[in-house]
Design a protein around this ligand. Structure first.
Ligand code: B3K
Ligand code: ZN
Length: 885
């Protein structure tokens, strides 16, 4: 545990490093009760920092220093200074070497940062500042070095020894040990260092790059998982091809490796040539992973692979620039997933996620800009804002420049900055220079937090045949800034005539119309755009494809929304019109519930969804998305004060009404698709995902009827299907149903069948944690005692506690505060051994401002209890103190 007070670090204080490291030579001696790390750093004074030889301050944490040698002279304790976080030496010439030996304890490292053990395997996680827990170093991304790494370990337990780059030598050692040496010729910051030692098997393949080089591809897993790697391997090859075709980026080393580990704080890590993955983000086969899991594997494999250019070859100057690599890489992986699957459905899912979760973050106490100005603990800034909003910001540049202009910009960026550590400004500059545009106002997206509001009004002049749209933008105050300057908001729009046709779009002053869907830039606080030659009152379709991450409002009535649902040429906006209609209808029900009135569902929602359900020409995944009502979390996010019970009751009421009214149509669609599932072996491809998505949402509605034929169908699907998508849906449907006996039987047989597969057991935990039936907290507490639960394993914590607190709102927000007390206890416990996970699990409590006074007091009380609980990690300290500020 730290003893120094956590302190705030500011972007404005950035200074280039005093010294640089040109070469890093590491030797690891791995043992069961400790490990030794010998480092030789070939260093020089950074010429940018001018003459003089200031002290060399190396970062290091939780290291036992055994020896230190400067310029071949071993130093005595009087010749260096050692503190909790630093080792300070005094160089005497501009170039020199530093050799250190340290002892570390991966075998007791529960924080899963630095070198640690996952099961029997040694592995590393160094981003952002974990390398300092391995050896003394300049642990900052603007210090880039080549690495040579030798790993020595016992041969029998650790037959596989891996590190970054290419293998250059290996051999036997003494006492049953062996060694391997790896060399990474590409300069990289220490956060991209990786090491793995274990008893692993691998699936092998190869990829021929666009310049005809052959690259060996290997996915390493524990032997029992060797049958679950093919999907990740296919995804990897598709990613490599896509990055060549869409971005012109070719892979550089002779080998690319992925290793799956069970204990991992997040999804995966892009270490140069040696990606380390949470097993949940690699392993997938029909019997054990859902369609969603298959799609997640495809997206994460792509994301980490794409980092080889956007992150590794061109990296971040400092951690305030994190979105430089993360926002851009999420944008790249979204484009890939859109191309591999249905682009509209991918966009819908991304936007629903952003609006529900990132908008909530942007409105809460941890709100920060895409490029934050300050932080206490960088691990807390791997956020939805840096990733997802960061991707939206890059996406807006793409929208403004067009695909070709964007590609010119990205080519220039990669060419200009290859091998460098750069800033978000450098990225924008490349986009500007390649296109001859000025993005200075646009850059406010990087520096101003908060979700802008865009209020739109219209006026039609029938005599003049002109139609005007007036946009008013504003952005709420956030903890970093009260006043915001106007953003550049690209709004893609179209105008529909009374037949649903698209009108030609000619702005006043233009010589001719420019298509029927176009992008206008709103750059002022208030701005009017007037279209001419508009023969009749149009209906606007605004923010097509969600062209900017804003909260847009236009006073649509329900009939107009139904019209857009049917006629808008933009698929995303058809879905969004349906969502807006649902929101209006649900908010009406919520108000009825709050006033103690009888609930009455507007039948227009029923008829709109009936039309969608019976439209056989629509992509079935799209039908499934349109049938999904906005989540309780989203309804919470858009409420001024969220009424947990009323939201839940209203939404469940609407679901039941829809289920009854649409029973026939749902049943037909369900049966047709289940029949197809029976006839077709599982395929992990878009059209099959789509079919199962509709089948499964239909089943979840149908079960609300409580009819025996639906129960029978659910049991049939549960027992006879050949894949986890159908099985898990059937299980979830049973778990949320009143059929206690069948539920218990299904849960037991599932657990018995999959007890040795931890990833499947995670899903079993999640399904139960998500059950909205009363008694949720007791069920979660009981499940924590299950032999398959392990609080030290992040996947288990996320599957059970994360799912409960993040998704089961009606149970978590129980009026007596029991859910809050439970979560606070858990955070206090996690803080003691894994601060990153502790801090993540805290997020639901930080949203206290959204709730009624009684709940606010309870939530704040728990935050205060955490604050007073003793020695807090900097991770938890930052979130708790900002939440209470
Ligand atoms: N870059 C890593 C995230 C590291 C998180 C460190 N706390 C995964 C990714 O975004 O690709
Ligand atoms: Zn990333």
């Amino acid at each position: 545990m730290r003893t120094e007070q956590p302190k705030m670090i500011y972007l404005k204080d950035y200074q280039a490093p005093e010294y640089l490291i040109d070469e890093t030579h590491l030797t690891f001696e791995l043992f069961e009760d400790h490990s030794l790390v010998h480092a030789q750093l070939v260093m020089r004074r950074n010429p940018e920092r001018g003459p003089g030889l200031p002290p060399l301050v190396l970062d290091g944490q939780q290291l036992e220093l055994l020896s230190v040698t400067l310029a071949d002279q071993e130093l005595s304790a009087a010749q260096y200074q050692l503190t909790e976080n630093h080792l300070t030496l005094q160089p005497t010439s501009t170039t020199f070497t530093v050799d250190t030996s340290v002892r570390i304890h991966p075998e007791t490292n529960t924080a899963l940062e630095g070198l640690y053990k996952s099961g029997t395997m040694f592995c590393t996680q160094c981003e952002a500042e974990g390398f300092r827990k391995i050896t003394y170093y300049l642990d900052r991304p603007d210090v880039m070095s080549t690495f040579t790494t030798t790993v020595v370990a016992e041969q029998h337990s650790y037959p596989v020894l891996l590190s970054n780059g290419n293998p250059i030598a290996s051999g036997p050692g003494e006492d049953g040990r062996h060694w391997a040496t790896w060399e990474d010729p590409f300069k990289k910051p220490a956060y991209l260092f990786a090491l793995v030692a274990g008893d692993l098997w691998c699936v092998e393949d190869s990829f021929t790059t666009m310049s005809q080089r052959s690259v060996a591809l290997r996915i390493y897993v524990e032997p029992e998982n060797i049958d679950k790697c093919q999907h990740a391997m296919n995804s990897l090859k598709k990613s490599m091809r896509w990055d060549e075709e869409v971005y012109g980026r070719e892979y550089d080393l002779d080998i690319f490796m992925i290793v799956a580990v069970n204990d991992f704080n997040m999804g995966a890590m892009e270490n140069k040539g040696l990606n380390i993955f949470n097993s949940s983000a690699v392993l997938a086969k029909a019997e054990t992973a859902t369609d969603a899991a298959h799609q997640r594997v495809e997206a994460i494999v792509a994301h980490e692979y794409f980092h080889n250019w956007s992150g590794n070859r061109v990296t971040c100057r400092d951690w305030f620039q994190l979105s430089l690599k993360e926002g851009f890489t999420v944008f790249r992986d979204s484009g890939f997933s859109a191309d591999m699957n249905s682009a509209t459905v991918k966009r819908i899912q991304d936007v629903a996620y952003l609006r529900t979760h990132q908008f909530a973050e942007d409105a809460g106490p941890m709100a920060h800009a895409v490029r934050p100005d300050s932080f206490i603990e960088i691990s807390n800034f791997y956020t939805l804002t840096v990733y997802e909003k960061g991707s939206e910001v890059v996406g807006m540049i793409h929208t403004l420049l067009g695909a070709e202009g964007f590609r010119k910009g990205s080519d220039l960026y990669f060419e200009r900055h290859d091998g460098q550590a750069v800033t978000c400004d450098d990225f924008i500059k490349a986009m500007e220079d390649a296109n001859g545009v000025d993005l200075s106002q646009f850059k406010r997206w990087y520096s101003q937090a908060g979700t802008p509001r865009l209020v739109v009004s219209e006026s039609y002049d029938a005599a003049a045949k002109t139609y005007s749209l007036t946009f008013r933008q504003s952005c709420p105050a956030t903890p970093d800034k009260m006043e915001k300057l106007p953003f550049v908001i690209p709004v893609e729009l179209g105008l529909l005539d009374s037949q649903g046709g698209e009108m030609a779009l000619r702005l006043a002053g233009e010589a001719a119309a420019q298509g029927t869907s176009r992008v206008i830039s709103v750059t002022e606080a208030e701005q009017t755009f007037t279209f001419v030659d508009i023969a009749e009152q149009p209906l606007p379709s605004l923010l097509r494809g969600f062209s900017a991450p804003v909260k847009l409002s236009f006073p649509y009535n329900r009939d107009q929304l139904m019209f857009l649902m049917q006629h808008d040429s933009d698929g995303f906006n058809r879905w969004d019109a349906g969502q807006q209609l649902s929101v209006q209808v649900l908010q009406e029900l919520i108000a009825q519930q709050q006033k103690g009135e009888a609930l009455v569902l507007d039948q227009r929602l029923v008829s709109a969804l009936r039309t969608v359900l019976s439209d056989e020409s629509l992509d079935q995944a799209m039908v499934a998305e349109m049938l999904s009502l906005p989540s309780e979390a989203y309804l919470t996010e858009i409420s001024e004060v969220a009424d947990v019970e009323a939201i839940h009751t209203a939404r469940e009421f609407a679901r039941k009404q829809l289920a009854d009214a649409l029973f026939e149509g749902l049943w037909l669609r369900y049966q047709a698709n289940r029949d197809l599932s029976k006839q077709t072996p599982y395929v992990a491809e878009a059209e099959h995902f789509a079919r199962r998505a509709l089948q499964n949402i239909a089943l979840s509605y149908l079960m609300l009827s409580g009819k025996p034929e639906v129960l029978a169908a659910t049991l049939e699907q549960f027992e006879a299907c050949d894949n986890m998508t159908e099985r898990l849906t059937a299980l979830a449907v049973l778990v949320n149903s009143p059929f206690e006996e069948q539920k218990a039987k299904a849960l037991a047989s599932f657990a018995e069948h999959f007890k040795d597969n931890p990833l499947v057991m995670d899903q079993w935990f999640s399904v139960q944690a998500g059950s909205v039936l009363p008694g949720g907290l007791d069920r979660v507490k009981a499940l924590m005692q299950h032999p398959a639960f392990n609080i030290k394993n992040p996947n288990k914590v996320r599957a059970l506690i994360g799912a409960f607190a993040g998704q089961n709102l009606i149970n978590f927000h129980a009026a007596d505060g029991s859910g809050y007390r439970f979560l606070a206890d858990l955070v206090i416990e996690l803080n003691g051994f894994n601060p990153q996970i502790a801090s993540r699990q805290l997020a639901p409590l930080t949203r206290w401002r959204k709730y009624d006074d009684a709940r606010q007091a309870l939530m704040k009380g728990e935050l205060e209890r955490i604050r007073a609980s003793g020695q807090l990690s900097s991770d938890v300290f930052e979130v708790v103190s900002k939440s209470l500020a």
